[in-house]
Design a protein around this ligand. Structure first.
Ligand SMILES: *Cc1c(COP(=O)(O)O)cnc(C)c1O
Length: 321
């Protein structure tokens, strides 16, 4: 963790200026009434690629561009690939994106539409990763990981700066958690600014690799399965360098959610907040609705991390309840 400083986060913000949105922090009367403390939503859904991942990708690519790198590659469950494609285009670079065959069609199409080279390989995030590493070795691409990278973490951490500028007395931050790049960055910036803030990570119960790793005391693999929170799928890497240590040091608690809870979060976002939110983006809202944040001090800020849900799935979930 000492490898990152708040100054790095401010430098990341300068690189992001004009390239990513300064996202709104909006009060949620419905959730505030439910929680009995003020609740705010940090809307990364409005980023041009529909998720916060544009921040980390842009910070990493801007630094690579400064050193003359022209081609970048990643493996991604979708949102990082989309962000990389968009950032590469904006910076005049070429992007290749490796994905597993489990990645939903809407995400694959979105990456291709942004002009990236899409490579489908294997049935898991790990197998797609192997292909990306091959492109790096054999075709001279620079590899940009989705989470376990200090440049990516510093980019995601700019969310923490924005939260405290908008709401200096934030007492609790609630952050979707998969590989931990988002959680590490936001919790790092938040606790640098206000050490007594509570940072809560939220994952789906099905295949929560970071949660299992924290329990084991070291990075472990879990079996991947389908979940409404598809952007939270995938392992943290058995050779994890940064996000496991950051998350272990910074997480006050990690809570897990059932699939029906995630569905409820998506439906609440649409009906009460008028927001289209993907499963991974809705887990913070779902945790609050499940009563898992009842002991937490307000104001509570929930990071709503992404909007990229298949429209057919969304329509079904919203109609069901
Ligand atoms: C990637 C992603 C996450 C999880 O981010 P990590 O850095 O892997 O923990 C959460 N929500 C959305 C929408 C994402 O795309």
């Amino acid at each position: 963790m000492s490898l990152l400083s708040l100054a790095d986060v401010y430098r990341a913000r300068q690189r992001l200026a004009g390239r990513v949105a300064l996202t709104p922090l909006v009060a949620s009367p419905a959730l505030s009434a439910r929680a009995d403390v003020p609740v705010f939503l940090k809307l990364e859904t409005v980023q041009p690629t529909g998720s916060f991942k544009l921040r980390g990708a842009t910070n990493a690519l801007a630094q690579l561009a400064e050193t003359g790198v022209k081609r970048v590659v990643t493996a991604s469950t979708g949102n990082h690939g989309r962000a990389l494609a968009y950032a590469a285009h904006a910076l005049g670079m070429e992007a290749a994106v490796c994905m597993s065959s489990l990645v939903p069609r809407n995400k694959v199409d979105a990456v291709a539409a942004l002009g990236a080279r899409v490579v489908i390989s294997g049935k898991s995030q790990d197998e797609a990763q192997v292909e990306a590493q091959r492109l790096m070795r054999e075709e001279g691409y620079a590899f940009v990981p989705p989470f376990d990278d200090l440049r990516v973490i510093a980019g995601q951490a700019t969310i923490g700066l924005e939260i405290f500028e908008a709401l200096p007395d934030t007492a609790t931050i609630v952050v979707p958690l998969s590989g931990g790049g988002l959680f590490s960055g936001v919790a790092f910036a938040a606790k640098q600014i206000r050490p007594d803030v509570s940072a809560i990570g939220v994952s789906m119960a099905r295949g929560a690799a970071m949660h299992a790793s924290l329990a084991a005391g070291h990075p472990v693999d879990v079996e991947e399965s389908e979940t409404l929170a598809d952007s939270l799928g995938g392992g943290i890497g058995l050779d994890n360098r940064h996000t496991f240590a950051f998350t272990r040091a910074l997480a006050d608690e990690v809570v897990l959610l059932s699939e029906p809870s995630i569905a409820r979060g998506i439906a609440h976002a649409y009906r009460e907040e008028r927001l289209v939110v993907e499963g991974a983006g809705a887990v913070g809202i779902a945790a609050l609705l499940d009563g898992l944040l009842e002991q937490r001090k307000g104001p509570i800020v929930i990071v709503v991390s992404g909007a990229n849900i298949d429209t057919t799935v969304h329509r079904r979930l919203v109609a069901e309840r």
